[in-house]
Design a protein around this ligand. Structure first.
Ligand SMILES: [Zn+2]
Length: 266
């Protein structure tokens, strides 16, 4: 009976994508041992999710030999974990092993991107979920895109929604449903919230003048009889700068949540 073994390249890819760590999140043991002078002992296992041969653990007759020896069917494990997952098959279904490998790769990616040791409280799935929840709240604001005028902005009626989001994000602690948990993402969240705060200040400032649609100037809380307002363009520019930064930060957070690069990390 032939066994669908992994190629050397696939084995190394499984190993390198977890940084050599066992993918079991409860274990995470390093499987590479640098020897005192030179050389490395690699005692990890490129384990099959669905077994390499008929009768093996989690064998799946529906898979072709190519699919069985493919990267997608592998998980990097230390010898102890490799033994357990093959002996207690019922406790370690393919879906769980797939989750382990993905999680280990994500931990490795985040460690590399942030240059920090991984916080054991941080679960990559939770980071992604919370970042996306935060982004959804930002998208729900329906901030106008492109260059906008004050009246266009006011018509969009986003100010109460912005204020609600700012209130909800006051004193965001680690367990807050929108807290992205990783410094690199939290910093972007904080920056984005600062720009939103700035937008509200601008729009609510009774000393700021705005151009209206007909080209005249309008002041929030302006009373007839006061000196005629002057200026207005500078405020419109500032408003548009804020909006641009908010859109940029939302895009960067989205890229982060989708596994992309982060500004300034590479
Ligand atoms: Zn292990």
């Amino acid at each position: 009976m032939s066994r669908a073994e992994f190629s050397r390249a696939t084995r190394l890819e499984l190993r390198d994508r977890t940084g050599g760590h066992c993918a079991n999140p409860q274990c995470q043991r390093q499987t590479l041992v640098p020897l005192p002078d030179r050389g490395v002992i690699d005692f990890g296992n490129a384990a099959h999710m669905a077994a390499a041969a008929e009768g093996g653990p989690r064998y799946d007759a529906a898979l072709t030999p190519e699919q069985t020896r493919a990267y997608e069917n592998g998980v990097w494990l230390c010898p102890s974990c490799a033994t357990f997952v093959d002996k207690l098959v019922g406790d370690y279904p393919v879906s769980l092993l797939r989750q382990w490998q993905r999680g280990a790769e994500e931990r490795c990616r985040i460690e590399a991107l942030t240059g920090r040791e991984y916080d054991v409280r941080v679960d990559p799935g939770t980071v992604t979920r919370k970042t996306r929840a935060f982004l959804q709240r930002v998208r729900d604001l329906r901030m106008p895109g492109g260059r906008v005028s004050y009246p266009a902005f006011m018509r969009a009626a986003v100010i109460p929604d912005i204020e609600r989001l700012l209130r909800d994000c006051q004193a965001m602690t680690f367990d807050h449903p929108l807290h992205a948990q990783l410094d690199v993402a939290c910093n972007m969240q904080r920056e984005l919230l600062d720009w939103l705060r700035h937008v509200v200040c601008l729009l609510r400032d009774p000393n700021v003048f705005w151009h209206t649609d007909d080209g005249s100037l309008h002041r929030v809380g302006w009373y007839p009889g006061l000196p005629a307002p002057r200026g207005g363009d500078a405020e419109t520019d500032r408003l548009n700068d804020c909006i641009l930064r908010i859109h940029q930060l939302a895009q960067e957070l989205d890229s982060f949540a989708s596994g992309g690069r982060i500004r300034g990390t590479w």
